[in-house]
Design a protein around this ligand. Structure first.
Ligand SMILES: [Zn+2]
Length: 422
């Protein structure tokens, strides 16, 4: 049993009563009225929390909807996700926050809405932040695009602080990235594709760190992909700037070289960068500069992605592969301990968003994942619960899998060979 919130990493039993964790002890006697799950050889941990998903609902439900997205999340071991507001219409009004919350009630995991910074996410006028906070938005973001106006972002940060909401920034200077489809470097030159320089991310990270310092607001940098961003965030944290950051599984393991097959499953924004950047984001994850791993799950229908690389939309899915990628590439290799992985995939994102989860403390909602750390499996997108198939990990052999996902004491996904017995 691993619980980073309590420094717990040892063999134990957990008792769940009425959807909550009632006790965690070295040994608990079985109760006649409670089914027993034998998790010998498994890791029991707080359910994973993905603070960055796109569920396309409302508006583009042919790609994903809240039901299918939450099902994909539960299969991947996630018990809670926060969905980005770039829907149609965007989550820029309390009525849309209410819509997401109402659809989430019957979903396979908890789904929290992130609301827009600006009305329509077009960067002109502030969204009604007080109303969005009151209706249950857990953060503010114009993700998909950056907040281009520094003045607007400064005002958004000041308001967000009044409601203790983090502002999540998609850091990209559109005047530097315009027309780009992959990382600007040797591979973009070889492949003849227009590049997105690392500086387009870093310029906005620098600006946003200054604004976080001026306003005292909680800045969260989404999908950090470049060495320069890691360096600036590390330096800002040292000085006490209230900044947190996330990295995606794909930016931890893939480089721009993968684009050479012109497969749009390797096209996302920010793009895959160089081996030196991958090394830097890994170092940032290990030294605490990067707090969380988030998937940026971005579904697109096959017919939308099956076009020439230049024309395909940005984005890849990640909920059903995240744990496998992290376990295979970072835990099995000894780079991250299992407890560190759970911290980055659960405890840290829950605490950044101040949502329930990320802990097994008695009294908490019984949101748990059972991980088989040695289960070998092969990624086959055809079997995914997501409506979309755009994964860069198709055919990969993974070690480590979520074999059971429990949300509020209910089993939402099970692939466990030993079944529950009463
Ligand atoms: Zn983004």
């Amino acid at each position: 049993m691993i619980d980073p919130s309590a420094g717990l990493d040892r063999a134990a039993d957990v008792l769940i009563v009425d959807g909550r964790i009632a006790a965690v002890e070295s040994h608990l006697d079985a109760r006649a009225d409670v089914p027993v799950i034998d998790a010998a050889g498994m890791i029991v941990a707080p359910g994973l929390v993905d603070m960055h998903v796109h569920f396309r609902d409302p508006g583009q439900t042919h790609k994903e909807d809240i039901t299918s997205g939450a099902e994909a999340a539960a299969r991947g071991g996630f018990t809670a996700v926060a969905c980005m507001p770039n829907t149609l219409p965007p989550i820029d009004h309390p009525t849309v926050v209410e819509y997401v919350k109402s659809r989430a009630r019957s979903a396979a995991c908890r789904v929290y809405p992130i609301a827009a910074v600006s009305k329509g996410q077009v960067g002109q006028e502030l969204a009604p932040i007080a109303g969005l906070a009151a209706s249950g938005a857990v953060a503010l973001s114009d993700d998909g695009v950056p907040v281009a106006s520094a003045g607007l972002l400064r005002r958004a940060m000041s308001y967000a602080s009044m409601f203790d909401l983090p502002v999540i920034e998609h850091c990209e200077d559109l005047t530097l990235s315009e027309g780009g489809v992959m990382h600007e470097g040797a591979w973009s030159t070889v492949l003849g594709l227009r590049g997105i320089p690392a500086a387009s991310e870093e310029a906005v990270v620098a600006r946003d760190l200054l604004l976080a310092e001026v306003t005292g607001a909680r800045l969260h940098v989404a999908h950090v992909s470049s060495a320069g961003s890691v360096r600036m965030i590390r330096e800002a944290k040292r000085r006490g700037v209230t900044v947190t950051a996330e990295v995606t599984p794909h930016h931890l393991v893939l480089t721009d070289e993968s684009v050479q097959g012109f497969d749009a499953a390797f096209k996302m924004n920010p793009p895959l960068r160089t081996p030196a950047d991958v090394e830097a984001v890994r170092e940032g994850l290990l030294d605490g500069t990067i707090d969380a791993i988030a998937t940026d799950h971005a579904p697109h229908a096959p017919e939308e992605k099956m076009v020439e690389f230049d024309a395909a939309p940005f984005g890849v899915i990640g909920l059903e592969t995240a744990l496998g990628v992290v376990w295979t590439a970072l835990v099995q290799t000894g780079a991250l301990t299992p407890a560190d992985a759970i911290m980055k995939l659960s405890t840290a994102p829950a605490s950044i968003l101040k949502i329930p989860g990320g802990t097994l403390r008695p009294g908490s909602p019984a949101d748990l994942v059972l991980i088989d750390p040695n289960r070998k499996w092969t990624v086959d997108a055809a079997t995914f619960a997501s409506k979309s198939r755009n994964t860069p990990f198709q055919g990969w052999t993974m070690t480590g899998k979520a074999v059971m996902t429990i949300v509020g004491g209910e089993i939402k996904h099970s692939d466990l060979e030993v079944e529950a017995r009463v």
